[in-house]
Design a protein around this ligand. Structure first.
Ligand SMILES: NC(=O)c1ccc[n+]([C@@H]2O[C@H](COP(=O)([O-])OP(=O)(O)OC[C@H]3O[C@@H](n4cnc5c(N)ncnc54)[C@H](OP(=O)(O)O)[C@@H]3O)[C@@H](O)[C@H]2O)c1
Length: 334
């Protein structure tokens, strides 16, 4: 089968399309004929070796985190799927492989594809939408009437986050440039600040929570927007001890490393009376089922910016790495 393979950590030159042996499903796994795969910033961060401290991989490695496709066969003990099912999934972090014509994934991480979506749009959902759902529903416990600030609303995660926060009943403020304003307004954002011309701290005050998708100085300034007693969840800032123990299931060593890495930001949080949390999303077939229900009920729109053929996956990466995508970037495979 054709697969996009990493030979070592590095820049774009370390990944290319090659012929490799197709995987066979182990116990509990489904073998999927891949139709489309979504790209995410984590893919190029991983390629660059930036996540080595969290997951280390052996090379050559077929990478890629999310896909849609058709179940071709099932391994021993699989009960929820059978050949011919249309599915989508965020694959296991320890067992990547979405950028390939065939992938084997544990059935617990797989869900039936939303009937109202084609394969390209279905492949755009798993990683970004699961991240938004788990941050807003589980970490920020968004309830009707809450005021939530989501810096960076026009990208892959942001386009889902705005809609999910609105679905949970929140009032949503976001940041976008002029390039993304119309999109985030269409998705339901109540307040849009153009981050290229205005400092959001001069406009937004006393928000109950923030879901930070940008990190750096944007995250630091978000502490001026959230009220005392509020909470900030970031997916782009610095990991903290709970990231190690709760999200990654790791021990005191990594928790201590993250304690030091996040000392400055946690001190900033303490001064503001705000809780800080860095979330690493987790794959979940059950959460994907909930998202499929929202999509089929027309409560969650899937925004795909560009689709590339599999042969042009390197160009797809170059486009995503510019950081300007509006919604998701997808490669069509099957
Ligand atoms: N921890 C986790 O589990 C997890 C999960 C998913 C993603 N992430 C991380 O979350 C971040 C966002 O991911 P993504 O998939 O949404 O990225 P993305 O799709 O590449 O985001 C691109 C969008 O960000 C906007 N943007 C860039 N700089 C901005 C700024 N300073 N303020 C507001 N908007 C800005 C761009 O809009 P303009 O063109 O208008 O500038 C563009 O539309 C990445 O760092 C990713 O690695 C982490």
């Amino acid at each position: 089968m054709r697969a996009f393979l990493l030979t070592r950590y590095g820049g774009p030159e370390v990944a290319d399309l090659r012929d490799v042996t197709a995987p066979e499903p182990g116990p509990g796994e489904v073998r999927i004929d891949v139709k489309a795969a979504g790209l995410n910033p984590v893919d190029f961060k991983m390629r660059e070796g930036k996540l080595r401290v969290i997951n280390s991989y052996e090379f050559p490695l077929v990478f890629g985190c999310e896909l849609s496709g058709v179940v071709a066969s099932v391994g021993e003990g699989v009960t929820r799927f059978r050949p011919g099912d249309d599915v989508f999934t965020r694959v296991a972090k320890e067992h990547l492989g979405a950028f390939a014509e065939t992938a084997c994934v544990h059935e617990d991480l797989v869900a039936k594809k939303p009937a109202s979506l084609d394969f390209v749009h279905a492949a755009a959902v798993p990683l970004a939408a699961l991240t938004a759902l788990q941050a807003l529903r589980d970490e920020l416990s968004v309830t009707p009437g809450m005021r939530v600030f989501i810096p960076g609303g026009a990208g892959g995660v942001g386009t889902f986050a705005i809609q999910i926060a609105k679905h949970l009943g929140a009032t949503v403020a976001t940041t976008a440039s002029a390039r993304g304003r119309a999109l985030v307004e269409r998705l339901g954002a109540d307040v849009v600040v153009d981050y290229t011309t205005q400092d959001f701290t001069t406009v937004l005050r006393e928000y109950d929570a923030a879901f930070d998708l940008i990190g750096g100085d944007t995250l630091l300034r978000a502490f001026e927007v959230v009220r005392r007693g509020g909470k900030i969840v970031s997916i782009a800032g610095l990991p903290e001890p709970l990231t190690a123990t709760q999200d990654l299931g790791r021990g005191a060593g990594l928790a201590t490393l993250f304690w030091f890495a996040s000392a400055g930001i946690r001190f900033r949080a303490w001064r503001s009376g705000v809780t800080y949390r860095y979330l690493f999303m987790h794959p979940s077939g059950k959460d994907l089922e909930a998202l499929a229900t929202l999509v089929d009920a027309k409560k969650l729109d899937v925004i795909v910016d560009r689709v590339f053929p599999f042969a042009e996956i390197a160009e797809a990466f170059a486009y995503l790495e510019k950081g300007r995508a509006k919604g998701k970037v997808v490669v069509a495979i099957g």
